[in-house]
Design a protein. Structure first.
Length: 66
């Protein structure tokens, strides 16, 4: 998500809600905070299959579309 790679096939992905505040570890790089706008754009062009978890710690599972 947001890495600039062209999508040529569908991918199954997971997204944690706190990635927009505390960030996600992108090894071997530093923690990356993903903007809510980027998250919304990615999910609007994907097929969401599950949203679960407690408030502030939700996990969203989705298929990306090529």
């Amino acid at each position: 998500m947001g890495n600039g790679l062209a999508k040529t096939a569908s991918s199954f992905c997971g997204l944690e809600q706190d990635w927009s505040t505390t960030g996600a570890q992108e090894l071997p790089f530093e923690v990356a905070v993903v903007s809510n706008e980027t998250i919304s754009q990615e999910l609007s062009s994907s097929s969401v299959v599950h949203i679960g978890g407690s408030v502030g710690r939700q996990l969203t599972l989705f298929w990306t579309l090529p």
